[in-house]
Design a protein. Sequence first.
Length: 64
Amino acid sequence: MTPDQIRRRDRVESLIRLAAPGLNLILAAGERLSRIVEPEDHEYHPPRSRAASAEPPRRSAPDA
């Protein structure tokens, strides 16, 4: 990286570090507000794990 690119990267990273606490507060306030407005989300579907989505192994018929 050139010295100019390094300086630019350092500036952007410092701006992100300065903005992070404020952005975290906004996210926390939005989360609390959403829980107050609608305490239970009926449309939420948790992601499935690969193990849960795989079909169970088939069993052969028992010998009579």
